[in-house]
Design a protein around this ligand. Sequence first.
Ligand code: PMP
Length: 287
Amino acid sequence: MGRLAYVNGRFVPHRKGQVHIEDRGYQFADGVYEVVPVADGHPVDENLHLDRLEYSLSALRIAMPMRREVLKLVSHEVIRRNKLTNGLLYMQVTRGVAHRDHKFPKHAKPALVMTAKQTKPPGAAELNAGLGVVTRPDIRWKRPDIKSISLLPNCLAKQEAVEAGAGEAWLVDEAGRVTEGSSTNAWIVTKDKRVITREAERRILNGITRRVLLNIMQAEGYSFEERPFTLEEAESASEAFLTSSSNFVMPVTKIDRRMVGNGEPGPLTQALRKAYIASFAPDGSIQ
Ligand code: PMP
Protein backbone atom coordinates (compact mmCIF):
# COMPACT_ATOMS: atom_id res chain seq x y z
CA MET A 1 0.00 0.00 0.00
CA GLY A 2 1.23 3.55 -0.76
CA ARG A 3 1.44 6.55 1.52
CA LEU A 4 -1.58 7.32 3.65
CA ALA A 5 -2.67 10.59 5.21
CA TYR A 6 -4.93 11.13 8.18
CA VAL A 7 -7.46 13.83 7.31
CA ASN A 8 -10.12 14.84 9.83
CA GLY A 9 -10.85 11.38 11.16
CA ARG A 10 -10.10 9.26 8.08
CA PHE A 11 -7.12 7.54 6.57
CA VAL A 12 -6.95 8.29 2.84
CA PRO A 13 -4.35 7.70 0.12
CA HIS A 14 -1.88 10.58 0.46
CA ARG A 15 -2.53 11.92 -3.05
CA LYS A 16 -6.27 12.02 -2.39
CA GLY A 17 -6.05 13.93 0.91
CA GLN A 18 -8.14 17.10 0.67
CA VAL A 19 -9.42 19.84 2.92
CA HIS A 20 -12.33 22.24 2.49
CA ILE A 21 -11.75 25.50 0.56
CA GLU A 22 -13.05 27.42 3.56
CA ASP A 23 -10.69 25.79 6.00
CA ARG A 24 -9.20 28.76 7.85
CA GLY A 25 -5.76 27.28 7.38
CA TYR A 26 -6.21 27.71 3.63
CA GLN A 27 -7.91 31.13 3.90
CA PHE A 28 -5.91 32.81 6.68
CA ALA A 29 -3.02 30.48 7.63
CA ASP A 30 -5.02 30.22 10.87
CA GLY A 31 -3.37 27.14 12.28
CA VAL A 32 -0.25 25.53 13.68
CA TYR A 33 1.91 22.51 12.95
CA GLU A 34 4.49 20.15 14.33
CA VAL A 35 7.19 18.06 12.69
CA VAL A 36 8.25 15.10 14.80
CA PRO A 37 11.31 13.02 13.88
CA VAL A 38 10.66 9.29 13.73
CA ALA A 39 13.50 6.85 14.41
CA ASP A 40 13.13 3.11 14.14
CA GLY A 41 9.35 3.53 13.92
CA HIS A 42 9.08 5.63 17.09
CA PRO A 43 8.43 9.35 17.48
CA VAL A 44 11.40 11.14 19.04
CA ASP A 45 10.75 13.46 22.00
CA GLU A 46 7.03 13.07 21.39
CA ASN A 47 5.88 14.76 24.60
CA LEU A 48 8.05 17.81 23.97
CA HIS A 49 6.47 18.18 20.53
CA LEU A 50 2.98 17.77 21.93
CA ASP A 51 3.75 20.31 24.67
CA ARG A 52 4.75 22.78 21.98
CA LEU A 53 1.66 21.95 19.92
CA GLU A 54 -0.51 22.75 22.96
CA TYR A 55 1.47 25.95 23.55
CA SER A 56 1.00 27.12 19.94
CA LEU A 57 -2.69 26.22 19.94
CA SER A 58 -3.41 27.95 23.22
CA ALA A 59 -1.56 31.09 22.06
CA LEU A 60 -4.03 31.24 19.16
CA ARG A 61 -7.00 30.10 21.26
CA ILE A 62 -7.58 26.97 19.17
CA ALA A 63 -8.68 23.86 21.07
CA MET A 64 -6.69 20.63 20.94
CA PRO A 65 -8.44 18.58 18.22
CA MET A 66 -8.45 15.55 20.53
CA ARG A 67 -6.97 14.56 23.85
CA ARG A 68 -3.21 14.11 23.89
CA GLU A 69 -3.42 10.36 24.45
CA VAL A 70 -5.74 9.95 21.45
CA LEU A 71 -3.55 12.20 19.34
CA LYS A 72 -0.65 9.91 20.20
CA LEU A 73 -2.62 6.82 19.22
CA VAL A 74 -3.59 8.36 15.87
CA SER A 75 -0.04 9.49 15.15
CA HIS A 76 1.37 6.06 15.98
CA GLU A 77 -1.20 4.63 13.59
CA VAL A 78 -0.03 7.06 10.88
CA ILE A 79 3.52 5.83 11.44
CA ARG A 80 2.43 2.19 11.44
CA ARG A 81 0.20 2.34 8.36
CA ASN A 82 2.91 4.15 6.41
CA LYS A 83 5.50 1.60 7.54
CA LEU A 84 7.64 4.56 8.51
CA THR A 85 10.98 3.61 10.00
CA ASN A 86 13.10 6.76 9.83
CA GLY A 87 11.59 10.04 8.77
CA LEU A 88 9.17 12.74 9.78
CA LEU A 89 5.64 12.85 11.10
CA TYR A 90 3.79 16.05 10.18
CA MET A 91 0.72 17.27 12.05
CA GLN A 92 -1.30 20.35 11.33
CA VAL A 93 -4.23 21.78 13.26
CA THR A 94 -6.29 24.68 11.94
CA ARG A 95 -9.17 26.56 13.50
CA GLY A 96 -11.46 24.66 11.15
CA VAL A 97 -13.97 25.39 8.41
CA ALA A 98 -16.16 28.52 8.49
CA HIS A 99 -17.51 31.20 6.13
CA ARG A 100 -14.66 33.53 5.35
CA ASP A 101 -14.63 36.22 7.99
CA HIS A 102 -11.58 37.45 9.89
CA LYS A 103 -13.08 37.17 13.36
CA PHE A 104 -13.08 33.75 14.99
CA PRO A 105 -16.07 31.59 14.05
CA LYS A 106 -18.35 30.63 16.96
CA HIS A 107 -18.68 26.96 16.16
CA ALA A 108 -15.75 25.78 14.07
CA LYS A 109 -14.20 22.46 14.97
CA PRO A 110 -10.39 22.27 14.79
CA ALA A 111 -9.25 20.42 11.67
CA LEU A 112 -6.44 17.87 11.97
CA VAL A 113 -4.22 16.49 9.23
CA MET A 114 -1.27 14.14 9.69
CA THR A 115 1.18 12.81 7.14
CA ALA A 116 4.35 10.76 7.28
CA LYS A 117 7.45 10.90 5.15
CA GLN A 118 10.41 8.53 5.02
CA THR A 119 13.71 10.43 4.85
CA LYS A 120 17.34 9.51 4.45
CA PRO A 121 19.91 10.97 6.82
CA PRO A 122 22.68 12.90 5.05
CA GLY A 123 25.64 10.84 3.90
CA ALA A 124 29.28 11.34 4.89
CA ALA A 125 29.95 13.61 1.88
CA GLU A 126 27.11 15.97 2.81
CA LEU A 127 28.11 16.03 6.46
CA ASN A 128 31.73 16.70 5.59
CA ALA A 129 30.79 19.57 3.30
CA GLY A 130 28.35 21.14 5.76
CA LEU A 131 25.87 23.77 4.66
CA GLY A 132 26.33 27.28 3.42
CA VAL A 133 23.91 29.89 4.76
CA VAL A 134 23.03 33.33 3.47
CA THR A 135 21.81 36.09 5.75
CA ARG A 136 18.56 37.94 5.24
CA PRO A 137 16.58 40.49 7.25
CA ASP A 138 14.11 38.88 9.62
CA ILE A 139 10.82 40.29 8.29
CA ARG A 140 8.54 37.93 10.21
CA TRP A 141 5.81 38.89 12.66
CA LYS A 142 6.67 39.33 16.34
CA ARG A 143 5.55 35.86 17.49
CA PRO A 144 7.74 33.25 15.78
CA ASP A 145 7.59 31.34 19.09
CA ILE A 146 4.17 30.15 17.88
CA LYS A 147 4.64 27.35 15.33
CA SER A 148 2.19 28.95 12.93
CA ILE A 149 1.60 27.63 9.42
CA SER A 150 1.97 31.21 8.21
CA LEU A 151 5.45 30.75 6.76
CA LEU A 152 5.68 33.13 3.81
CA PRO A 153 8.73 35.10 5.05
CA ASN A 154 10.42 31.78 5.86
CA CYS A 155 9.66 30.44 2.36
CA LEU A 156 10.95 33.63 0.71
CA ALA A 157 14.19 33.48 2.72
CA LYS A 158 14.72 29.77 1.96
CA GLN A 159 14.08 30.35 -1.73
CA GLU A 160 16.64 33.17 -1.77
CA ALA A 161 19.12 30.88 -0.02
CA VAL A 162 18.62 28.17 -2.62
CA GLU A 163 18.93 30.65 -5.47
CA ALA A 164 22.22 31.81 -3.94
CA GLY A 165 23.46 28.21 -3.88
CA ALA A 166 23.10 27.92 -0.08
CA GLY A 167 21.21 25.47 2.10
CA GLU A 168 19.58 27.80 4.60
CA ALA A 169 18.97 31.49 5.33
CA TRP A 170 19.90 32.95 8.71
CA LEU A 171 17.55 35.74 9.67
CA VAL A 172 18.97 38.92 11.18
CA ASP A 173 17.08 41.37 13.42
CA GLU A 174 17.16 45.20 13.32
CA ALA A 175 20.16 45.25 15.66
CA GLY A 176 22.25 43.02 13.35
CA ARG A 177 21.80 39.93 15.53
CA VAL A 178 20.92 36.50 14.17
CA THR A 179 17.50 35.29 15.29
CA GLU A 180 17.37 31.81 13.70
CA GLY A 181 17.23 30.06 10.33
CA SER A 182 14.16 29.95 8.08
CA SER A 183 13.35 26.48 9.46
CA THR A 184 16.20 25.78 11.88
CA ASN A 185 17.83 27.24 14.99
CA ALA A 186 21.22 28.93 14.59
CA TRP A 187 24.34 28.31 16.68
CA ILE A 188 27.98 29.37 16.75
CA VAL A 189 31.03 28.24 18.68
CA THR A 190 33.39 31.03 19.77
CA LYS A 191 37.17 30.78 19.57
CA ASP A 192 37.24 29.94 23.29
CA LYS A 193 34.84 27.02 22.66
CA ARG A 194 31.66 28.49 24.05
CA VAL A 195 28.52 27.39 22.25
CA ILE A 196 26.10 30.27 21.66
CA THR A 197 22.47 30.24 20.58
CA ARG A 198 19.79 32.87 20.99
CA GLU A 199 17.64 32.57 24.08
CA ALA A 200 14.11 31.33 23.45
CA GLU A 201 12.14 34.53 23.81
CA ARG A 202 9.41 35.50 21.39
CA ARG A 203 11.75 36.23 18.48
CA ILE A 204 12.51 32.58 17.72
CA LEU A 205 10.86 29.19 17.67
CA ASN A 206 12.06 27.20 20.64
CA GLY A 207 13.24 24.19 18.66
CA ILE A 208 12.84 20.81 20.29
CA THR A 209 16.25 19.79 18.90
CA ARG A 210 17.61 23.00 20.43
CA ARG A 211 16.13 22.21 23.82
CA VAL A 212 17.28 18.60 23.87
CA LEU A 213 20.77 19.62 22.76
CA LEU A 214 20.97 22.27 25.51
CA ASN A 215 20.02 19.59 28.05
CA ILE A 216 22.71 17.28 26.70
CA MET A 217 25.29 20.07 26.86
CA GLN A 218 24.28 20.88 30.41
CA ALA A 219 24.53 17.22 31.45
CA GLU A 220 27.86 16.69 29.69
CA GLY A 221 29.46 19.88 30.98
CA TYR A 222 29.81 21.86 27.72
CA SER A 223 30.19 25.57 28.13
CA PHE A 224 27.29 27.42 26.49
CA GLU A 225 25.34 30.66 26.56
CA GLU A 226 21.82 31.47 25.47
CA ARG A 227 22.10 34.97 24.08
CA PRO A 228 21.84 36.77 20.75
CA PHE A 229 24.97 36.85 18.61
CA THR A 230 25.76 39.37 15.91
CA LEU A 231 26.56 38.65 12.31
CA GLU A 232 30.14 39.83 12.95
CA GLU A 233 30.49 37.30 15.76
CA ALA A 234 29.14 34.59 13.49
CA GLU A 235 31.63 35.52 10.79
CA SER A 236 34.55 35.25 13.18
CA ALA A 237 33.27 32.11 14.95
CA SER A 238 35.39 28.99 14.91
CA GLU A 239 32.37 26.77 14.21
CA ALA A 240 28.72 27.18 13.32
CA PHE A 241 25.83 24.79 13.02
CA LEU A 242 22.06 24.58 12.82
CA THR A 243 19.51 22.32 14.44
CA SER A 244 16.06 21.01 13.55
CA SER A 245 13.99 17.87 13.61
CA SER A 246 14.90 17.13 10.02
CA ASN A 247 18.60 18.12 10.15
CA PHE A 248 19.44 17.10 13.73
CA VAL A 249 22.76 18.95 14.17
CA MET A 250 24.16 20.12 10.83
CA PRO A 251 27.50 21.89 10.36
CA VAL A 252 27.41 25.35 8.77
CA THR A 253 30.68 25.91 6.92
CA LYS A 254 29.97 29.16 5.10
CA ILE A 255 28.08 32.33 6.02
CA ASP A 256 27.37 34.51 2.98
CA ARG A 257 30.72 34.50 1.16
CA ARG A 258 32.94 33.75 4.15
CA MET A 259 34.15 30.40 5.35
CA VAL A 260 33.46 29.53 8.96
CA GLY A 261 36.76 28.60 10.64
CA ASN A 262 38.75 26.59 8.11
CA GLY A 263 35.60 25.81 6.10
CA GLU A 264 35.19 22.31 7.52
CA PRO A 265 32.75 21.02 10.13
CA GLY A 266 34.20 21.74 13.57
CA PRO A 267 35.01 19.12 16.22
CA LEU A 268 32.45 20.42 18.72
CA THR A 269 29.73 20.41 16.07
CA GLN A 270 30.56 16.82 15.19
CA ALA A 271 30.59 15.75 18.84
CA LEU A 272 27.23 17.45 19.42
CA ARG A 273 25.68 15.77 16.39
CA LYS A 274 26.81 12.39 17.72
CA ALA A 275 25.56 13.14 21.23
CA TYR A 276 22.18 14.35 19.98
CA ILE A 277 21.65 11.31 17.73
CA ALA A 278 22.76 8.98 20.53
CA SER A 279 19.93 10.41 22.68
CA PHE A 280 17.37 8.58 20.52
CA ALA A 281 19.36 6.08 18.42
CA PRO A 282 22.09 4.74 20.70
CA ASP A 283 22.83 1.78 18.41
CA GLY A 284 24.76 3.93 15.92
CA SER A 285 22.31 3.13 13.07
CA ILE A 286 22.08 6.84 12.17
CA GLN A 287 25.18 8.97 11.49
N1 PMP B 1 13.06 27.53 13.78
C1 PMP B 1 12.10 27.50 12.84
C2 PMP B 1 11.62 28.78 12.26
C3 PMP B 1 11.58 26.26 12.42
O1 PMP B 1 10.62 26.22 11.48
C4 PMP B 1 12.09 25.06 12.98
C5 PMP B 1 11.61 23.71 12.53
N2 PMP B 1 10.28 23.58 12.43
C6 PMP B 1 13.09 25.15 13.96
C7 PMP B 1 13.54 26.40 14.34
C8 PMP B 1 13.66 23.91 14.60
O2 PMP B 1 12.71 23.34 15.47
P1 PMP B 1 12.74 21.79 15.81
O3 PMP B 1 14.07 21.51 16.39
O4 PMP B 1 11.63 21.63 16.80
O5 PMP B 1 12.50 21.07 14.53
